[in-house]
Design a protein around this ligand. Structure first.
Ligand code: TXA
Ligand code: MG
Length: 312
């Protein structure tokens, strides 16, 4: 299969929507990372997503919709969920909620769970595609399973381990603004629980609904996809490195040849993280990364770095 490269204009959006309606899978930009979209109501399309990504097991996927009322048609919201959705959607936040019976979502999307992950993305191209398609899309990150999430169309098509030739099309809208996956929030025994740190800092959620349990144990993952080693470059990774050792590629936070952010800005570091990891990985040497403050978006950055560094 030849993978078409589409522009995020009216023609490209219409063509992406047509392919999706025909049960094909299409990589689309979101504000977090590029995602691999397929019709969430069509089991064959969802199977194609898993197949293209080479997912070893059926991890549940996030359903992307255009607005909160479309989300409420799929998931059962309580007051707290509605409050968070109202304040932070569209945006880099995913809510795991009870699946609404009869919602029409293919069971492969939820991997048979009675909960469903939903998100309203903010990226204008993602929103235009959702509007033109007119239904819910299942959209995991558009990387081969176990590899770093793509933040450009070139990452999606990377001849070295990308999806070129495995998907119908990619809509190229340039680099993603946030650069990290969405924050995933769920409720366990009635308590709001952080299932994955991400693009929305957890303190913004706490300002709305009070304390959020952050006890996600990386070794005993709750979100089935939260494998410890997940965002993996090929090279080994050493964290909290003040200085490089001989032979190491050093990723700085602050001034440096290769840096997440010359001005030590966490939002910029998040946006550049996966691209810089890819650049470092191409040099084929062990990688050392400078310490990143564990506050705000730094929580999500450190989460991804720990996974990238985990033994595999
Ligand atoms: O920013 C994002 O969220 C990106 C863009 C494309 O939207 N998507 C993304 O999807 O990161 P993915 O499939 O790479 O990660 C989805 C995570 C997985 O860890 C999965 O296990 C978890 O969401 N998840 C999905 N449904 C769930 C559910 N019902 N219960 C618990 N975890 C769930
Ligand atoms: Mg992923």
């Amino acid at each position: 299969m030849t993978t078409a490269i589409l522009r995020p204009d009216a023609d490209g959006v219409a063509q992406a929507a047509r392919l999706l309606a025909a049960g094909e899978v299409v990589a689309i930009p979101t504000e977090t990372v590029y995602g691999l979209a397929g019709d969430a109501r069509n089991a064959a399309a969802v199977a194609r997503i898993y197949e293209a990504k080479g997912r070893p097991d059926f991890n549940p996927l996030i359903v992307h919709v255009g607005d909160t009322s479309a989300a409420e048609a799929i998931a059962v919201f309580d007051d707290a969920a509605r409050q968070v959705a109202q304040a932070l959607w569209p945006g880099p936040l995913t809510l795991v909620l009870p699946l609404r019976p009869g919602a029409g979502i293919a069971s492969l999307v939820t991997a048979g769970l009675d909960s469903v992950a939903v998100r309203v993305p903010a990226h204008p191209a993602a929103r235009a595609i959702l509007r033109a398609f007119g239904g819910p899309l299942a959209v995991p990150s558009a990387n081969v399973s176990g590899r770093i999430s793509p933040t450009t169309a070139a990452h999606v098509l990377d001849p070295d381990g990308g999806l070129d030739g495995r998907i119908a099309a990619v809509v190229d809208a340039g680099p993603c603004e946030v650069g990290l996956e969405s924050t995933i929030l769920g409720w366990r025994n009635g308590r709001a629980t952080l299932l994955r740190p991400g693009g929305v800092p957890v303190d913004r959620i706490e300002a709305l609904i009070g304390p959020v349990d952050r006890g996600t144990d990386l070794a005993a993952p709750d979100a089935p996809g939260q494998l410890t080693s997940h965002y993996a470059p090929r090279a080994s990774l050493r964290l909290n490195a003040e200085t490089p050792r001989p032979g190491e590629t050093f990723i700085a936070f602050g001034p440096g040849d290769l840096t997440l952010s010359p001005g030590a800005d966490l939002a910029e570091a998040a946006a550049r993280l996966f691209d810089v990891l890819r650049q470092a990985d191409r040099l084929d040497r062990p990688i050392a990364v400078a310490p990143i403050p564990d506050t705000g978006l730094g929580l999500a950055i450190n989460d991804r770095l720990r996974r990238a560094a985990a033994p595999r």
